[in-house]
Ligand binder design. Structure first.
Ligand code: FMN
Length: 337
């Protein structure tokens, strides 16, 4: 007889729950709950004499959406930030560094005398919320707290709340989105990471679950058919325009240099922004199209007066109810023997 496993909500609740941050597995658990591109989880964790190394899993790279692996290293930075916060919660210090040899790795040297950071408590609550927000503004004190949380060595956030400037950035979002959606290779890569129903999301433990984007649950064959039929420039641009117009503002993570070490720093800054927003009851979602397409990235850089600094990630923020959570693979699947 076929037995039904636990449903998506039960699996998500078990995943997004505390572990002991004093253990290696506990640290990796918190690290894997970080934001990451397409929820591809292109990371591996290795125990080292000093603490932990985070390595790229290039078999999970996104060659079309992320041809230079920028997002892959930024996602490793998001994970590294969560891991450092978890170490702090266990009273340990965490010194993060980037070693460029080979494909590069983030090293985390664990020490004694770590101080807990309140952002740790937001790790289990954080989520990307890809819905229409309620349009309410974010108070100036909260904006200042977001800027302060995201400011780290080599990377920081620029917040945009001026409607005229938001409208200018929206034009770049729509131009970049149109270029991506019209590219069959981009659509095929995205489709391979979509999980059209709870069963597929639970079985894979990765990818983009339709419910987390507000889409209906469908059998896989029907989901793929509907995607082929309805994933088009007009529909996608309309959705992003409505989402952005409902938001309180935009956040641009930008970094001092365009290299893998700074992509990691940008990821850390982005994760801290997301955690601080969560702690303040502010939702966020990524709108990275204009930083993924080289031509619009240059236009965004110039529009925002960033000079040589690279715009790494673009997010919107505001207020909305939570959405269904996304899932992760088990910790054992991402630990190097
Ligand atoms: C570097 C990076 C790029 C991302 N790009 C996008 C994006 O363009 N669009 C989007 O909706 N989400 C984007 N995300 C969010 C991920 O899809 C999300 O973190 C992942 O699906 C896991 O979901 P969760 O953050 O709610 O746990 C990005 C995240 C990172 C770290």
């Amino acid at each position: 007889m076929l037995t039904r496993g636990p449903g998506h909500a039960a699996v998500a609740a078990a995943l997004w729950s505390p572990r002991d941050p004093a253990t290696f597995e506990g640290l990796v658990h918190y690290a894997t709950l970080a934001a990451n591109s397409h929820n591809a989880q292109a990371w591996r964790f290795r125990r080292t004499a000093e603490g932990v190394a985070i390595l790229p899993d290039l078999g999970r790279a996104l060659p079309v959406a992320d041809p230079d692996d920028h997002h892959l290293y930024a996602s490793m930075g998001c994970a590294a930030e969560n891991l450092a916060l978890a170490a702090g919660a266990a009273g340990r210090s965490a010194m993060l560094d980037f070693m460029p040899e080979g494909h590069g790795r983030v090293t985390v040297a664990l020490g004694r005398d770590g101080a807990p950071d309140p952002l740790f408590h937001a790790i289990l609550e954080r989520q990307c919320t890809r819905s229409i927000y309620d349009g309410r503004a974010v108070p100036a004190a909260d904006l200042a707290a977001l800027e302060a949380a995201a400011r780290i060595d080599g990377a920081e956030v620029m917040l945009i709340t001026d409607p005229a400037r938001i409208a200018q950035v929206l034009e770049l979002v729509l131009a970049a989105n149109a270029a991506q959606v019209a590219n069959p290779a981009f659509a095929a890569e995205l489709k391979s990471w979509l999980r059209f129903n709870a069963r597929a999301a639970i079985a894979a433990g990765d990818g983009l679950h339709s419910a987390a984007s507000g889409n209906p649950s469908l059998p896989g064959f029907l989901g793929r058919f509907m995607f082929d039929r309805f994933f088009n420039v007009a529909a996608e641009n309309d959705r992003y325009a409505r989402q952005l117009r409902s938001s309180a503002g935009l956040a641009v993570i930008h970094s001092a240099r365009n290299d893998a070490a700074h992509w990691v720093q940008a990821g850390r800054s982005c994760q801290r922004f997301a955690l601080q927003a969560t702690a303040l009851g502010i939702r966020h979602a990524h709108l990275n199209q204009p930083v993924e397409v080289a031509a619009t990235r240059a236009q965004l850089q110039s529009l925002l007066g960033l000079g040589d600094r690279r715009p790494d990630m673009l997010l919107r923020f505001g207020h909305a109810p939570p959405m269904p959570r996304s899932l992760r693979r088990p910790v054992a699947a991402v630990i190097d023997p």
